[in-house]
Write a protein that binds this ligand. Sequence first.
Ligand code: IPD
Ligand code: CA
Ligand code: CA
Length: 274
Amino acid sequence: MDEERISPDRAELLALAVSVAEEAGRMLVAKRPARPEVVDTKSSPTDVVTALDRAAEELIRARIAEARPYDAVLGEEGGDTPGTGGARWVVDPIDGTVNFLYGLPDWAVSVGVEVDGEIVAGAVSVPQRGELYSASKGEGAWLGGERLRCNTGVELERALVATGFGYEAARRAVQAEVLAHVLPRVRDIRRGGSCAVDLCSVAAGRVDAYYERGTNYWDHAAAGLVATEAGARMGGLRGRPHGTDMLVCAAPGLFESLHDLLVPLDPERDTPAH
Ligand code: IPD
Ligand code: CA
Ligand code: CA
């Protein structure tokens, strides 16, 4: 074993993920500009959010470095920092940037921990809801002290389905086409604005399913474990693993129904039919 390698203890990794996600969430709530006119100004709102994204990621990286100086970190803002420790941290400092900008509560700090290429622990802090989701591989998913189980036995026609849209116009046009076919077949659609919160909502039974094309690893690293530890199945289309091409998440049974609805719609294309 590498001398610099600090043996990853699962409980220690989870505790650190929880503490850094919560601390970054508190910082973001404290530092988010209070006056809507400042946040809404066309010339600077992106800068404001970008500065806070970076500040949150820097805080998370600093805390990880203090506790486990040799670990690798992949963060949306700071990129991939290699390490010789036993773990790699996968961080989205703000998932749901547009919600954060507008003062909507569904944004999250997402911190997942990978060991040997597999996410083994994760924390998703949704500070403006006072919620902390956590999961450890094989040991369940939790909202605070409450064990989570996703909804089961829900038929597609009665499923409340969350989804999201990318930032590129052509991809959005395809996503709208797909949605036009999904919407008449399900109970209703929710577009919450945070992939991490959507996956935690599957875990908590607040929605029955979630699908989205184009998400990044840091969006779903932590929350995907929360969902699967709550009993959900997560995957891509046609037996492929979930990833940027497509992510589908729901209890077994509903997963297959939603999958089979999506496949003929060819949702992984980026050229709209019309
Ligand atoms: C986005 C959110 C959103 C999803 C997008 C993501 P960001 O992350 O998760 O819900 O629809 O695909 O990029 O940009 O707010 O970190
Ligand atoms: Ca994100
Ligand atoms: Ca982000």
